[in-house]
Design a protein around this ligand. Sequence first.
Ligand SMILES: Cc1cc2nc3c(=O)[nH]c(=O)nc-3n(C[C@H](O)[C@H](O)[C@H](O)COP(=O)(O)O)c2cc1C
Ligand code: SF4
Length: 510
Amino acid sequence: MEQTGANRERVLELLEEFGGVTPEIVRKVHELTNIAEAEIWGAGTFYSLLRRPGKHVRVCTGLSCRIRGADQILAQLEANGTPCEGVSCLGQCDRAPAALNADFEAMSYGPDQRAVTPADPNLPMNLAGEPDYSFSALAKARQMTRDEVLAEIEASGLQGRGGAGFPAHIKWRGVSDQQDPTHYLVCNADEAEPATFKDRETMLRRPDKLIEGMAIAARVIGAEDLYFYIRGEFEAEYRAVKAALERAAVHVADFNWHFHRGHGAYICGEETALLESMEGRRGMPRLKPPFPFQKGFRGKPTLVSNVETFACAPYIVERGGQAFRDHGRTEAGSKLYCISGHVNRPGVYELPLGATLDELVEAAGGYEGTPFAFSPGGASAGFLPISMRDVPMDFKTLAEKGSMLGSAGVVVLNDTVDIAEATKWQLQFFEDESCGQCAPCRIGTRYLHNQVIKYIRVGEAGKLQHAADVAWEMEEGSICGLGMVAAKPLESALKYWPEAFAGRNSETKR
Ligand SMILES: Cc1cc2nc3c(=O)[nH]c(=O)nc-3n(C[C@H](O)[C@H](O)[C@H](O)COP(=O)(O)O)c2cc1C
Ligand code: SF4
């Protein structure tokens, strides 16, 4: 790698090490890297953990935490003079209302429930099972050819678990086939979609599966350097993966393992923004094509995949692709569903892909109160009415319903929630997290959020008259998925609960 590239890749790490973005620190990083100060400012100020590095309480303002009183907690902390700030979803929805203390340790102002499916060795992910450091699947894969492993991945029907559901075997083969001799593998562990915390539990409970799956994939694609990109707020998860790697060392010593920590930007979960961030820049998504499998990290063919996707691979190699496929119902395999909101036992449940909301909630101890709406796949999925509780929650069916499975972060809302308020919270998330490079997304997210605030304040339906046009512009004119789906919460709420937006008084909340 050219020297400037190597130095640039250190910029964010150095800013973090020295304590954030201040004139003195930027000068020091410039002296160490020779990267222009203006560029260091530009990159550093993009990331919330570098921009606001101080030791303070970070209170989650995601949907599940807000319906459990996050706003009141924040107000109380402020009133007491406790240094604090409200932040976008912390991925702790199963202990809502959640916060991080000054040392980045997860804390909760409510009951800490954090359930997972009981141990069952027949489940592909088996989160509650004992970690297995025999790495027998990797040993088996080492005896197989590249094409034999790929054939099993194809037979398994594994679709990427990061949100888009793209077939894993196509991506693996795509990287493997590239002529360039250097290929990279990156594990996307930046999990920050509101309501999603399955990668967190996988890293904490089954880092063995993740590491083994990455090693299997690396052999197939011909990568020697493997990278974890782990969300900056995930301190315990980072430590769990590091410790697991030490235990697994004897099996995976033929690879070079590297860690990159996120610095606080939801958009860096988008794979090309993540690569920009790994290269020391602002996390702004790249125009595609070229796709990362063609030109990714340092311009080389790169496999970027989600934690859960990699963690499925050992089971597939060990038991065969068909065995994995058979765990699914409407689509292949089992799936980690995250559930929070108004249910009795929030957590991560491994169910057949295509399970319904009712089945998921049954696993989670039942509904709390009278449910009226749910969000099946994070903020990006918008809202669905509870009458759709029997719809299979898979990639294809939910897309046909105008929603998405995404990363399967399911939130249930009962009839105590004002849907206009819930819409406002989701829109605020997208406004806060837009990277700002496309005008339709930058302006549209702010406009929609402001209009809903005004609507709630004055109750005039006219405030939302341009919403559909703005949503169309955002969908058509955005570079990445964030801008394309950011209007979904409002679009879906207007579609299913038009009365809630037709003019307000105290009787027409919904
Ligand atoms: C705004 C946005 C945020 C995303 N966040 C994540 C994320 O946190 N984790 C993840 O694995 N994929 C995320 N993705 C999807 C990635 O771009 C990419 O598709 C995924 O990492 C590929 O892995 P897979 O093939 O295993 O699904 C996000 C996409 C968008 C548009
Ligand atoms: S759509 Fe939004 S988040 Fe995505 S690149 Fe454009 S401005 Fe950034």
